[in-house]
Write a protein that binds this ligand. Structure first.
Ligand code: MN
Length: 322
C-alpha cells in the first residue's frame, strides 16, 4: 500500500479579502490550519502552526508524535500572541493526517472544526469530530444536525491551537484500504457543501485529486464562497510502500477577490514570522468559543449563546424539581 496521487488547492473565496488558511503538503504528512483573529492575526496563527508542523514533518512517523508537534505549534502561536498585542487572542485549527503505508493506517491529530473525510466505495465519512459549539449542541440534543448546518454560530469553535498555554488535541489512528481517498478541508468547504455534494464532486472528477480539488473549490464558490476554502486530497493505492510519489503539489491562488494588502500566500514567507522569546504567562481562562476570521463580536455572540443555553438548562432543571 502506498500514497497515490495527491493535491492541495487553497482559495480566498468570494467574500474574504485575505486567505487565513494554511496547509502542509509533506507526504506522508498532510495538514491544514484555518486561522482566526482580527486584522492579519488569523493568517499569522495559521502560518506559524503550519510552519511548525512542516519543520517537524521529516521526523514525524507515528501517531505518538502528533500530540507533541501540535503542542509545539500551540506554543509558537501562544507565545507570539503574548508578545504582540496586535495578535492577542489569535488561534488556528489544525487537522493533520499522517499516513503509515506499510502498516495500512492513517493517524490524525485534530483541534477545531477543520475536517478529515474518508471516501470509500462512494460513501463519505467524516473522520474527525468538530470542536465547535454547534457540534456540542447536537451531541447534547439541543440542535438537530440540520439546524446546526444553518446555525448562525456554526463557525464558533470551542478549542483552538494557540489561544491557551496548552491544547488537548484529538489523536487517533484508523485503518485504510487501497482505493480510499482522504480529504482534509477547512470550513469554507464544509459550510458551503453537504457531504453528498462533496462526495459527488469527487466522484464527478473520477476521484482524481487535482480535478476533484478544483471541482470542490468551484462548487463552494458557486454556493457563495463565504470563507477561505482549502482542500487536501490524497488516495491510498495498492503497490510498493517504498515508493510513495504524490504527483501533484501545488497551491492555487485563484482568488476572485484579490488580497487588498498583498498578504503573503507563499509558504516560504512563513519564515518571516519571528519567534518571540517572551515567557508565556499561563492564563487560566475558561475555553470560550471563537469565531473564525471575526473579532470580538463573534466571540461575544457565541458566549451569549452558551449563556442562554445554560439558562434554558437551569430553567428546565428548576421546572423538573418543582
Ligand atoms: Mn474558515
Amino acid at each position: 500500500m502506498r500514497i497515490g496521487r495527491a493535491a492541495v488547492v487553497t482559495d480566498t473565496g468570494k467574500r474574504r479579502l485575505g486567505n487565513e488558511d494554511a496547509y502542509v503538503f509533506e507526504p506522508p504528512l498532510f495538514a491544514i490550519a484555518d486561522g482566526m483573529g482580527g486584522a492579519r492575526a488569523g493568517e499569522i496563527a495559521a502560518d506559524l502552526a503550519a510552519s511548525a508542523l512542516e519543520e517537524a514533518s521529516a521526523q514525524t512517523r507515528d501517531a505518538t508524535q502528533l500530540s507533541a508537534i501540535i503542542a509545539e505549534a500551540n506554543r509558537r502561536v501562544w507565545e507570539r500572541s503574548r508578545a504582540d498585542p496586535a495578535t492577542a487572542g489569535m488561534g488556528t485549527t489544525v487537522t493533520i493526517a499522517l499516513v503509515d503505508a506499510p502498516a495500512g493506517t492513517i493517524s490524525f491529530g485534530h483541534v477545531g472544526d477543520s475536517r478529515a473525510y474518508r471516501l470509500r466505495d462512494g460513501a463519505l465519512e467524516q473522520v474527525t469530530t468538530d470542536h465547535s459549539l454547534v457540534a456540542e449542541l447536537v451531541e447534547s440534543g439541543v440542535l438537530t444536525p440540520e439546524e446546526a448546518e444553518r446555525h448562525p454560530q456554526r463557525s464558533a469553535i470551542t478549542k483552538a491551537v494557540g489561544t491557551e498555554p496548552s491544547v488537548d488535541a484529538d489523536v487517533f489512528t484508523r485503518d485504510t484500504l487501497p482505493g480510499d481517498l482522504f480529504l482534509l478541508c477547512s470550513d469554507g468547504l464544509s459550510d458551503m457543501l453537504s457531504e453528498e455534494e462533496i462526495a459527488s464532486a469527487i466522484e464527478g472528477a473520477d476521484r482524481d485529486p487535482e480535478a476533484a480539488g478544483d471541482a470542490l473549490v468551484a462548487a463552494a464558490n458557486a454556493r457563495g464562497g463565504e470563507d477561505n476554502i482549502t482542500v487536501v486530497l490524497f488516495e491510498i493505492v495498492d503497490g510498493d510502500a517504498a515508493e510513495p510519489h504524490p504527483e501533484q503539489d501545488r497551491g492555487i491562488g485563484a482568488t476572485t477577490v484579490p488580497p487588498a494588502t498583498g498578504e503573503p500566500t507563499d509558504k516560504d514567507e512563513r519564515a518571516e514570522a519571528s519567534e518571540p522569546a517572551a515567557a508565556a504567562t499561563p492564563g487560566a481562562a475558561e475555553p470560550e468559543p471563537i469565531r473564525h476570521g471575526a473579532g470580538a463580536g463573534g466571540r461575544i455572540a457565541a458566549l451569549a449563546l452558551v449563556v442562554s443555553v445554560l439558562a434554558i438548562g437551569l430553567l428546565v432543571l428548576y421546572l423538573a424539581v418543582r
